[in-house]
Design a protein around this ligand. Structure first.
Ligand code: PLP
Length: 392
């Protein structure tokens, strides 16, 4: 009866929707499906944060509308967190914006900071929601490849000057979804130099910032000299503290970009539930914070190691992820990412995410979510191994 707007018609199709449907059908039919297709953390929110929420939720002052643009105490805690972990100084009121999840900010950004028809530079493969921002902001984009031979980092020298010149912003995401690639501080310095050369802004999606293996501390983009002049970083509570369902995140960095992000928020959204913001302060500042995050990283690292070892035994060669909770795995000869995902589901009862859903360059890969126990990961690989698709 009512028709959706032209704007909504421009949204990208939800590539994974059919996969989720197929997986659910299989489970409903009584199959023991090992679901490695999702990106939803399986661990509970750390106990000290749940306890803080219980206390905060009982306080009547937290039942009212939040302060517009979020509580000062949370912005201060976010600034202190960046100071402690990354030695980055941020003005809590001017350089931090509170968000109901980083997805909101990443999708709103083109709308907030670009005009119709202006251009973005996006990674391929990349997090699919960046394209929702393209559609809602009515902007154009070109992609730059993340190639295996370059450890899934962009090669700035290879991005065509014409693409860089017309782009207003570049989106980067390290540790990377879907590839698991991580970067070092020099990479962020090169990024700032690239942004300065072409006068473009940087959007760093640091969703997996806390998740680095073998003791690796992922650097923040904001640590690079000059970063605050050219960009912002999005930091979410979803992965660091297993708070994906709580919907809380912040953006940090360039004051004029933060102001534009806040301005859009003013018109759409008062702010996150005050009790969640107050629990967010505890999440960032409690004495247990580092210990709990380290425990979580150890869980993912154990799974990564179990999965990679099992995969090697069936001849499935991995790019070893340096962070995140994903493994980006090549598909066997003769398969597309979708046909391989289909056979894994149909014949092995293992769900994996087809790389094509992350961009054209994802087609030779599937993404494995390391979100089940090591034993289940090993079982998943053994089931796939029985299909005899890889040469040992
Ligand atoms: N960015 C990346 C790369 C992600 O993988 C995700 C979630 O999966 C997000 C952003 C969104 O996180 P949030 O829960 O803060 O909206």
């Amino acid at each position: 009866f009512f028709e959706e707007s032209q704007l909504l018609k421009g949204l990208p199709s939800q590539f994974f929707a059919t996969l989720v449907q197929k997986v659910n059908q299989k489970i409903a039919a009584g199959n023991d499906v090992i679901n490695l297709g999702q990106g939803n953390p399986d661990q509970p929110t750390f106990d000290y944060i749940v306890k803080a929420l219980q206390k905060e939720a009982a306080k009547p002052q937290n039942h009212k509308y939040s302060q517009f643009r979020g509580m000062h105490s949370l912005k201060q805690a976010a600034a202190d967190f960046y100071q402690k972990h990354y030695q980055v100084k941020l003005d809590p009121e001017k350089e931090i914006a509170i968000l109901g999840g980083s997805k909101i900010g990443l999708v709103e950004l083109p709308w907030a900071l670009m005009n119709t028809g202006e251009n973005l530079l996006l990674p391929d493969p990349g997090y699919p929601d960046y394209l929702s921002g393209v559609a809602l902001g009515k902007v154009n984009y070109s992609t730059f490849p993340l190639k295996k031979e370059n450890n899934f980092l962009p090669d700035y020298a290879e991005i065509p000057a014409a693409d860089a010149q017309k782009a207003k912003f570049i989106y980067l995401n390290y540790p990377n979804n879907p590839t698991g690639a991580v970067v070092n501080r020099e990479f962020w310095a090169e990024t700032v130099a690239f942004a300065q050369k072409y006068q473009l802004g940087v959007v760093s999606d640091f969703a997996y910032g806390a998740l680095g293996f073998e003791g690796y501390k992922n650097p923040s983009f904001l640590q690079a000299p000059g970063a605050k002049e050219v960009g912002v970083e999005f930091y979410t509570f979803s992965k660091t503290f297993n708070m994906a369902g709580w919907r809380i995140a912040f953006a940090a960095g360039n004051a004029s970009m933060i102001e534009a992000i806040n301005l859009i928020q003013d018109h759409l959204f008062v702010s996150v539930f005050p009790a969640i913001q107050a629990a967010g302060v505890t999440a960032l500042t409690a004495a247990d914070e580092e210990k709990e995050v380290a425990r979580l990283v150890a869980i993912y690292e154990e799974r990564r190691n179990a999965f990679i070892k099992a995969a090697a035994q069936i001849g499935w060669k991995a790019f070893v992820p340096g962070g995140t909770f994903y493994a980006w795995m090549p598909v066997p000869e003769g398969y597309t990412s979708e046909s391989f995902a289909d056979i894994c589901l149909e014949k092995a009862n293992v769900a994996v995410a087809p790389g094509r859903g992350f961009g054209a360059r994802g087609d030779g890969y599937v993404r494995i979510g390391l979100l089940v126990s090591p034993a289940r990961l090993i079982e998943a690989v053994e089931r796939i191994g029985k299909l005899n698709l890889f040469e040992k």
